[in-house]
Design a protein around this ligand. Structure first.
Ligand code: SAM
Length: 452
């Protein structure tokens, strides 16, 4: 289908801008959400790197819905733990989410699975009984790095938990339990909790690692109470029918650069937060997920996970945006005339670091080539809200907000507004030079041109 550039009526752009301006004029820190954000109900099931602020995404959805009341469905191409999904469910919107990380898709599936609280309580009792009655000390799992990342008593405890979860018959309940196990694995492995990378703890700390069964049972009870809270919110909103969400939810383990069919379903609104740079030198989502993913029964992970994705701790990160630096400079050459901000950053970094230049080039080239795919899922005239951070390469700040705006404008999308906010709660790797400047982020609001 051919696309035409259709300019928004001036009134519509100025309505959004006026509304957003008025919020900031009353309170300069409005979008920092200080004291107004709490990670609760489904947003508290799992800890995932660089999660968005749920209340903020919810408010953005409401503002855009007020502007375009026909909005009833949302798409998030980099869905992560599913912050957008949780907010879409609350509003009864249909939702489509994709991510390259199987752990992200598992987290989203749990958020969107039926809220059968009474049945869940019975299943939790059964699970606790299975765990208590398992006297075996067998370690019936093997993967690369098992002995490096888990001491023997932790291996035995995690195996007991894994055996008990596998006995559960209902996939929705098993997945709920696997998510609790993911958190347990992160808390009882030998990797430091201060970084998302796999980085071995000091020996004396390893000896004192907590008992995985105790950690699991504590988190299980917490997640049950978050589930109850989730149900209360949805009952109040009328977004549930017989314990199931009224929203239709579709989740796919998918690389945004995978070719997209020409007749895909289109969604009314796109809300997302893409990576800020190549995963391995910004936020290593894959490394963070590697150990938890080894313990989950792969049959319970969404769709078929390609074997190479779980091969080693860097496989997911290498498959993500900017993960391959092969021919990076050549691949990105065309961007120099497409985006003046990319060109300026490229020139500044070229005097500092050759490797950094490759990292910048491969990431932006991958991001640009994913845009036509992403736009094909958005209806003509649909709004987009991109939450973005500007990383550093070789001491040079990469203005991702400006670069992405220029790349989208080159695809006939229209700029609507930019929100600049201080990051208060988002957990970013503070000691990582690449993310030193990530105390601020931008929300770029754009709109796709109308389909002809
Ligand atoms: C900033 S995180 C999203 C966090 C999410 N907004 C949340 O609140 O949890 C970016 C996500 O992009 C995913 N990602 C990276 N490269 C990708 C690719 N090529 N295709 C699909 N997803 C990708 C990562 O796995 C990660 O989950």
């Amino acid at each position: 289908m051919q696309r035409t550039k259709e300019t928004l009526p001036y009134q519509q752009i100025s309505d959004i801008s006026l509304h957003l301006d008025s919020l900031v004029s009353l309170d300069k820190q409005y979008w920092a959400f200080k004291g107004r954000s709490r990670r609760n109900h489904c947003h508290a099931f799992i800890s995932y790197p660089a999660m968005m602020v749920p209340e903020m995404q919810g408010e953005l959805i409401d503002i855009l819905k007020r502007q375009d009341p026909s909005i009833n469905s949302i798409f998030d191409p980099f869905v992560g733990s599913g912050t957008t999904l949780g907010e879409a469910l609350i509003r009864g919107f249909d939702f489509f989410g994709t991510d390259i990380n199987p752990l992200a898709i598992l987290s989203c599936e749990v958020k969107a699975s039926p809220l059968f609280i009474d049945a869940l309580k019975i299943k939790i009792n059964d699970l606790k009984h299975s765990i208590q009655s398992d006297n075996s000390t067998e370690v019936d799992i093997s993967f690369f790095g098992l002995n490096k990342w888990f001491i023997p008593r932790v291996q035995i405890g995690l195996c007991k938990l894994r055996r008990a979860i596998k006995q559960e018959r209902q996939p929705w309940a098993r997945r709920f339990f696997w998510l609790v196990l993911c958190d347990t694995v992160r808390k009882t492995c030998n990797s430091r909790s201060s970084t998302y990378k796999l980085h071995i703890k000091q020996e004396e700390i390893i000896e004192n690692v907590s008992n995985p069964i105790e950690v699991f049972l504590k988190k299980l009870d917490k997640n049950l109470s978050f589930r109850v809270e989730q149900k209360q919110i949805h009952e109040k909103n009328g977004s549930l029918k017989s314990g199931r969400f009224i929203s239709k939810v579709d989740l796919k383990l998918q690389d945004v650069n995978q070719p997209v069919a020409s007749n895909v379903k289109q969604y009314d609104l796109m809300i997302t937060s893409p990576p800020y740079g190549d995963n391995s030198t910004t936020v290593p989502y894959g490394q963070y997920s590697y150990l938890p993913l080894q313990w989950i029964d792969t049959e319970d992970l969404r769709a078929i996970v390609p074997k190479n994705l779980l091969k080693n701790s860097s496989s997911i990160d290498s498959a993500g945006l900017g993960g391959s630096r092969k021919d990076a400079l050549k691949k990105a050459e065309y961007l120099l005339s497409l985006s003046p901000s990319f060109k300026e950053t490229y020139n500044n970094i070229s005097t500092k670091t050759k490797d950094g230049l490759k990292r910048l080039s491969s990431f932006i080239a991958d991001l640009d080539s994913s845009l036509p795919n992403i736009l094909s899922y958005l209806k003509g005239g649909g709004y987009m809200a991109w939450t973005l951070g500007n990383r550093n390469i070789g001491g040079v700040e990469v203005p991702l907000n400006k670069i992405l705006r220029e790349l989208l404008e080159a695809k006939e999308c229209e700029f609507i507004y930019e929100i600049n906010r201080d990051i208060l709660g988002k957990r970013m790797p503070a000691r990582n030079n690449a993310s030193k400047t990530m105390t601020k982020e931008t929300v770029l609001v754009m709109r796709k041109c109308q389909n002809e």
